[in-house]
Design a protein around this ligand. Sequence first.
Ligand SMILES: C[S@@+](CC[C@H](N)C(=O)[O-])C[C@H]1O[C@@H](n2cnc3c(N)ncnc32)[C@H](O)[C@@H]1O
Length: 199
Amino acid sequence: MSPEKPFAPAADQNRGPILAVLRERFLAHGRVLEIGAGTGQHAVHFAAALPHLDWYPSDVAENLPGVEAWRQDAALPNLRPARALDVLRDVWPEGPFEYAYSANTVHIMHWPAVEAMFAGLGRVLAPGGQFALYGPFAHDGAHTAASNARFDQALRAQDPGMGVRDRADLDALATAAGLAPEAVIDLPANNQILLWRHA
Ligand SMILES: C[S@@+](CC[C@H](N)C(=O)[O-])C[C@H]1O[C@@H](n2cnc3c(N)ncnc32)[C@H](O)[C@@H]1O
């Protein structure tokens, strides 16, 4: 691995279970907007495994060199250049996207950014388009595992604006943006994929 490629062990561990879900759900050809691509590991893995999808990774500007290092090394025809997208501040790409994907982002983003992400997805997702969000989520005000409660505490101690989000709060933002809840899929390590579909 070239030294300029950032590496997150967690992204290596969860990519298999996430891919299994995307393979079952993102069936038809289409464009995928990834929000908060991080290192770029997911973008490369999923674009390679799902050649019927055109993958458009994005993240805040400071993370783009790492994503680009992964992308250029992989040289995949369906993996597009990384684009700067701070969901709160940047101009969103032109839609429509048939799909959107984001992993481990909403507990890091402050709530106004989470709101902006759903509002933006309401604008750029195609009719019938799906959004898959991976991460740890609370349900009806309760954590689904002690490890998620500890993670939530640690996040809030680090920055009170961060924290594990409740599914109901995300569903409310999604509904306001025209996205209907479609599925909740349990994955290893007390994580889930939440799926919404644009009306
Ligand atoms: C914990 S990392 C997850 C990275 C990657 N998706 C993964 O699963 O390995 C959180 C990501 O959210 C991104 N992020 C935080 N605030 C953001 C915002 N306002 N707009 C877009 N991305 C944001 C960060 O830059 C970072 O890449």
